[in-house]
Design a protein around this ligand. Structure first.
Ligand code: NAD
Ligand code: ZN
Length: 396
């Protein structure tokens, strides 16, 4: 089959690789009909995530048709149409029982690697380094889905792929980020990052009762989407002092909750952001957390900082004193996918949201190497890329 393969920093190729096979009784093989590139994949392209190996198949946002089912899997049958969540979970451990799906104890065969860095391992992830299991990803024509009686969500016929594909990651991620804000009716929610995750967080904040949503980025078309589609008030961090503007927009009090939908590769117009950049380039730092610093600094007393943006290592100069003194609540983590997929499918079916509004590029798998760069460099007004692994794509 064809797949998108990682060959090192800045080197992603489309290659022929062996077809996946059933290995365990609960596995399924999915023929992928649509897959996407995520902001998290950019951390791999840019070499920020350790334990990647040449030859690793990328991708963790995918859906398709079940073509083979292991003998112990009674949930799926051949022909089922499914969206596959990016987290892999056994469904039977202490953490799965508590709906903490991304913290599953049994789905990372390389647990020892994660334990070295984090104390305990988190769940396995598709296409996201050996530290999270070394599982082949879904930017491919087929994928093996482990514990396929737990993760995949069956999709009824009649809903187009584009409308449900983002149940695999960014819609639940934006939704959990907003849910973690414990939104009270009328609350002001400020969101750093208007990438796909930020866009989903904006929509979700409204769904959960926000009174105002303020979105922050520097890319004009992303700010425009946040304003037009997301009905957010928007701030360009290159043109304005974010803290001062947020303070004045909230009558001197600050936003009730702040969402960092940027993560470890923030850009910035402030001194701390330049220092991060130099240190990361010299391998003296693992992450560039300038958006997180701003979110903590800007949040009102007693508010919530919710962090869907991915961080990997040891963060520099986080204003923990401000977080402590202001009595902030901080919530974060990889999304507990299986808790959200079905309720969010219901919202899509009820017509409350159509997540496909973020798609700007519809391509074929062969286009992946260029698409990664276009998306990372925000060229061609790119906000979200979807790819069809079989056959030719339509031109966007
Ligand atoms: P993206 O790279 O497309 O979007 C990030 C956006 O942040 C860009 O538009 C960029 O211009 C903006 N930005 C950069 N620096 C900023 C700053 N200082 N202030 C405000 N905005 C700034 O990525 P995405 O797909 O939207 O993903 C966003 C983050 O969410 C990534 O870190 C990704 O890894 C993470 N993520 C987490 C989960 C999870 O389970 N928690 C799931 C998916 C993605
Ligand atoms: Zn993702």
């Amino acid at each position: 089959m064809k797949a998108v393969v990682w060959h090192g920093t800045n080197d992603v190729r489309v290659e022929k690789v062996p077809d996946p096979k059933i290995i365990n009784g609960r596995d399924a093989i999915v023929r992928i009909t649509m897959t996407a590139i995520c902001g998290s994949d950019l951390h791999l392209l840019d070499g920020y995530i350790p334990t990647m190996q040449t030859g690793d198949i990328l991708g963790h946002e995918f859906m398709g048709e079940v073509v083979e089912v292991g003998p112990e899997n009674s949930k799926l049958k051949v022909g089922d149409r499914v969206v596959v969540p990016f987290t892999i979970a056994c469904g039977r451990c202490f953490f799965c029982d508590k709906q903490l799906w991304s913290l599953c104890d049994n789905s990372n065969p390389n647990a020892w690697m994660a334990e070295k860095l984090y104390g305990y391992t988190t769940s396995g992830l598709f296409g996201y380094s050996h530290m999270t299991g070394g599982y082949a990803g879904g930017q491919a024509q087929y994928a093996r889905v482990p514990f396929a009686d737990v993760g995949p969500l069956k999709i009824p016929d009649g809903i187009p792929d584009e409308k449900v594909l983002f149940l695999s990651d960014i819609f639940p991620t934006g939704y959990m980020a907003a849910e973690n804000c414990d939104i009270q009716p009328g609350d002001v929610i400020a969101i750093w990052g208007c990438g796909p995750v930020g866009q989903m967080a904006i929509k979700s904040a409204w769904l959960l009762g926000a009174g105002r949503v303020i979105a922050i980025d520097s890319v004009p078309e992303r700010l425009r989407m946040a304003a037009d589609q997301g009905k957010a008030e928007v701030l360009n961090f290159e043109d304005e002092d974010v803290f001062e503007r947020l303070r004045s927009m909230t009558g001197g009090r600050g936003p009730d909750a702040c969402i960092d939908a940027v993560g470890m590769e923030a850009h910035g117009a402030t001194l701390d952001a330049y220092i991060d950049k130099v240190k990361a380039a010299a391998f003296l730092a693992t992450d560039r957390p300038s958006a997180l610093r701003q979110a903590i600094h800007a949040c009102r007393k007693g508010g919530v900082v919710s962090v869907p943006g991915v961080y990997g290592g040891f963060l520099d100069k986080i204003p923990f004193g401000a977080a402590f003194q202001k009595g902030l609540t901080m919530k974060m983590g990889q999304t507990h996918m299986m808790k959200y997929m079905k309720p969010l499918l219901d919202r899509i079916q009820r017509g409350e949201i159509d997540p496909s509004f973020v798609i700007t590029h519809r391509l074929s798998l062969e286009d992946a190497p260029n698409a990664y760069k276009t998306f990372r460099d925000k060229k061609d007004q790119c906000i979200k890329v979807v790819m069809k692994p079989h056959g030719r794509a339509t031109v966007h």
